[in-house]
Design a binder for this molecule. Structure first.
Ligand code: OOB
Length: 529
């Protein structure tokens, strides 16, 4: 296994194999079977491009061979920051086949985040667009490379500037050693990190298991048309069943460059979309604007998760005939959902039941003891897809797992008498800004780099549109800084735009708890409304 990744203990691995969760199937074989059976079948649609299974399969082989010729080797890491384009799919498949481990970054990440991933993983390659959304990723790659001695290859989709053009990397397919089921297939970014970013190793065995199970519960198959509107490198769009699960099932993946209604909604009617994944913040906008774009949302199974879904909104939409499955998901492999056809009340008020019968859930109090059934507590999770350790994060891992391997989610839940999950809050210190997760400590440390800031505290503030937004409290060191000044400063530090505070309070001091931590509850209680 990849150094720095934590395997499941042998007795659990044996059980998951014996019970058919882990089958040895690898992501290297995605698209291959369909390419042989029905090569002309469309696998991926992006803008004007329609790529068949045979073409995708061949390109993945040629790209893998080309990358091997450049010197990339199994076990190397490669940062993949491609937006939802054919290149994303080609690169992911090629890396899986070569045994190179993609680190899936989001297009919104900037030099700060990508630099962190490069340093943590020692990535040898970076794959990004030349430009996307008005931003030049070659400049970002240049900034990151300057401080990342291991980063040898920058590959761009589009005009490469000083770097390598993705389309030019190709060599005659050659036999490559197949990865094994237990090998790490890729690294995903955790949405639950409060300080420096954490990465989650996902194995072929565990992710193939996730893809199969998600496709099964949603009846996704060869006739499915999956719309990837959220970033393809996020677990929700990548594999629930998402892009990879749809390719596995022989369906069609339709890629939208962004989730904005004018990009995504026209694709629904044009491509006959049957399934898509959305964060709750997008739902009202899609619901309202769908008719304008001739999109009939009733024809699409809507997978909604990533942040709290307002029950009234869920009801309004189901009353209007929309089909929603409500998900509680984590990149760490925790997945619960309401099954299609569940009663409207279940969809509106619960996040359903675990994906696997082998998933073990505990709801515990502050002392780690199981709560009385139905009471609120922290959700602990253990199962065939749930990680046993973050990548290269030993100290953090001792806090994030119980001694017997349960993962501490940091989310507060209660279980209904029928065993359905209800997310009630969280204890981890993050802001869930419309589904995008911002670690409070990471942002506080960045704010405290500003010369005008002596101390900072970041809290989640309720927001009618995003669910939560970022409120920063700062104690000034000199002249009190203004919100715009701090936002510009963070931007210049290379932070992603979704991490910039929405609101600023300049305060004389921060209240402390007995444990010398900022007392954020008191801070909010005493703050102006
Ligand atoms: C998904 O994954 P991540 O890794 O970006 O974020 C996970 C966190 C959870 O720990 C929880 O705090 C929050 O997002 N969350 C929810 C939620 N679903 C996720 N909070 C309230 N209600 C929900 N339904 O966000 C993700 C991964 C796969 C599928 C769907 C979402």
């Amino acid at each position: 296994m990849l150094a720095g990744a934590q395997p499941w203990p042998p007795e659990f691995a044996a059980r998951y194999r014996a019970e058919g969760y882990w089958t040895g199937e690898t992501l290297a074989d995605l698209a291959r079977g369909w390419a042989r059976r029905d090569g002309a079948r469309i696998a991926v649609v992006s803008g004007d491009r329609r790529v068949g299974y045979a073409e995708l399969d061949r390109r993945a082989d040629e790209l893998a061979a080309g990358l091997a010729e450049l010197g990339l080797r199994p076990g190397d890491r490669a940062i993949v920051q491609l937006p939802n384009t054919v290149a994303f799919v080609e690169v992911a498949l090629a890396l899986f086949r070569l045994g190179v481990v993609p680190v899936f970054a989001l297009p919104a990440h900037r030099a700060l985040e990508i630099g962190c991933f490069a340093e943590l993983t020692g990535a040898r390659a970076y794959f990004g667009p030349a430009e996307h959304g008005g931003f030049d990723y070659r400049t970002l790659a240049g900034e990151v490379s300057a401080n990342a001695p291991d980063l040898e290859f920058v590959v761009t989709d589009g005009d490469p500037g000083a770097y390598r053009r993705l389309a030019d990397i190709s060599a005659p397919p050659r036999p490559l050693p197949s990865p094994r089921g237990e090998d790490v297939a890729f690294l995903l970014l955790s949405g639950g990190t409060t300080d420096v970013p954490k990465l989650i190793p996902r194995t072929h065995d565990d992710y193939a298991c996730q893809l199969r199970a998600c496709a099964e519960v949603l009846s996704a198959g060869e006739n499915s048309v999956y719309l990837a509107a959220l970033p393809a490198g996020h677990n929700a769009a990548l594999g629930c069943p998402g892009v990879l699960g749809t390719l596995r099932a022989g369906g069609r993946v339709v890629l939208s460059p962004t989730p904005s209604p004018d990009d995504a909604l026209p694709l629904i009617e044009a491509e006959g979309v049957t399934l898509t994944t959305l964060m709750p913040a997008l739902l009202p906008v899609w619901f309202e604007l769908a008719p304008l774009f001739g999109a009939d949302l009733k024809k699409v199974l809507l997978e909604v998760g990533g942040a709290a879904l307002r029950p009234e909104l869920a009801r309004e939409m189901t009353d209007a005939g929309c089909r929603i499955t409500h998900w509680f998901g984590m990149a760490e492999g925790v997945l619960c959902c309401t099954r299609p056809g569940a009663p409207a009340a279940t969809v509106a008020t619960t996040q359903g039941t675990p994906l696997f019968a082998a998933d073990e859930l505990l709801v515990v109090d502050d002392d780690g003891n199981a709560v009385v059934p139905g009471e609120e507590g922290e959700l602990l999770y253990r199962g065939p897809c749930t990680l046993r350790g973050y990548y290269r994060a030993d100290a953090h891992n001792t806090r994030s797992f119980t001694p017997d391997g349960f993962f501490r989610t940091g989310d507060l839940v209660r279980l209904t008498p029928r065993g359905e999950l209800q997310v009630t809050g969280r204890i981890k210190d993050i802001v869930n800004r419309g589904g995008e997760k911002v670690g409070a400590q990471e942002l506080e440390a960045l704010l405290e780099r500003h010369p005008g800031v002596a101390a900072a505290a970041v809290v989640a503030e309720p927001d009618p549109v995003l669910g939560e937004r970022i409120r920063a409290f700062v104690v000034p060191a000199a002249t009190p800084p203004k919100l715009e000044e701090l936002r510009t400063f963070l931007h210049e530090q290379g932070a992603a735009a979704y991490k910039l505070p929405d609101r600023l309070d300049v305060v004389a001091g921060l209240p402390m708890t007995g444990a010398h931590k900022t007392d954020k509850k008191r801070l909010l209680r005493e703050a102006r409304p």
